[in-house]
Design a binder for this molecule. Structure first.
Ligand SMILES: Cc1ncc(COP(=O)(O)O)c(C=O)c1O
Length: 337
């Protein structure tokens, strides 16, 4: 089978697994108070050029989003996000379950615009409505599109105008950073976001996400919130151990680039055959439109997800490449098509 279902179907990049093997018998302090996490925190502060940032170690993305947003918002405050966003559609209402409304705005390309934020803020204009306080975006977006640096700068300016926090979900930050359409460095994320996370699970780690809190107002007692939510990991050293090599010598960006290159090769070869895409292919997740008949045939040899039934005999499907995908996977799929 050709595996294009997601970017976390295999273990970890060999360098990361090797680090885990090498340090398997290194006795460590618990709950991220170990030397691996301390070293990785220092490495991250240097990479993002922000010596005062706080860094926290999480096991997964939903957990990171849920803990952050519930910690950053007061009880009556709400988060603004795209209607296709991960928190909007793929977290089983995790944010709403913490008592906070997600104000979801329409989006054809997975992104939100400053004008939409302006509109939401203007609409929520008295104390019988929730108070918007955080803008949530992910880069890459849930539909594989990319926010450029200019777009994130515009959202930052909009957040400043309204006194909102900007929180960036970087589950696939490696792919965003590797994209020529993005132009964001680690330091740019620290300069433009109040908090963001550097994704590991989908970017070659065995598991784990690194949350970076830049804004001092969001830092106090954060470990208490993590612990109360079951998110302070006893074996936190395993996350620190993985991110050391992942963030060293450009490996993170290389893995993102590898995944993007294969997906975009597939997209251009499909486009040459006349296939259309639901969203502009920009990163490692692409969403071609195929007939149901073709989808059924492909499913015999390819593992992929169906995203929507378009109701006209066609399906929008999702092909995802990862750090571990190969050119043979892509050539094999193109041959089948
Ligand atoms: C943008 C984004 N954020 C968060 C997550 C959640 O990750 P997890 O499944 O580890 O909770 C995902 C997972 O697909 C994602 O794509």
């Amino acid at each position: 089978m050709i595996f294009l279902k997601n970017d976390y179907g295999l273990g970890a990049h060999p360098k990361i697994l090797q680090a885990l093997v090498d340090h398997n018998m290194t006795l460590s302090n618990s709950y991220c108070n170990d030397t691996f996490c301390q070293d990785t925190t220092a490495q991250v502060r240097e990479l993002i050029q922000c010596p005062t940032a706080d860094v926290f170690y999480f096991s997964g993305g939903t957990q990171t989003n849920k803990v952050c947003l519930s910690a950053f918002l007061r009880p009556y405050e709400a988060v603004i996000a795209a209607e296709s966003s991960h928190i909007g559609v793929h977290e089983t209402g995790a944010i709403e379950a913490t008592g906070h409304k997600c104000i979801l705005v329409p989006s054809a390309d997975g992104k939100i615009l400053p004008e939409q934020v302006d509109h939401v803020v203007a609409f929520h204009n008295f104390d019988q409505m929730v108070l918007p306080k955080v803008v949530y975006i992910s880069n890459t977006t849930e539909v594989g599109t990319i926010y450029s640096k200019a777009e994130i700068q515009a959202l930052r300016a909009c957040c400043d105008k309204h006194g909102l926090y900007l929180y960036i979900d970087g589950a696939r930050m490696a792919m965003a950073m590797a994209s020529a359409d993005c132009g964001m460095t680690f330091a740019d994320y620290a300069a433009l976001a109040d908090a963001f996370y550097i994704g590991g699970t989908k970017c070659g780690a065995l598991f784990g996400e690194l949350l970076v809190i830049v804004n001092d107002a969001l830092k106090p007692n954060f470990r208490y919130v993590m612990r109360q939510n079951g998110a302070l990991f006893a074996k936190g050293m395993l996350i620190g151990m993985q991110f050391g090599p992942l963030l060293k010598d450009g490996l993170y960006e290389q893995l993102g680039k590898h995944a993007n290159t294969l997906a975009l090769d597939l997209a251009s070869r499909m486009a040459a055959k006349g296939f259309k895409f639901h969203y502009q292919p920009q990163s490692n997740q692409i969403f071609p439109i195929v007939t149901k008949e073709l989808a059924d045939k492909l499913a015999e040899k390819v593992m992929y997800e169906v995203t929507f039934d378009n109701g006209d005999g066609t399906l929008t499907v999702r092909f995802v490449t990862s750090w571990a995908s190969t050119q043979e996977d892509i050539d094999g799929l193109v041959a089948l098509l």
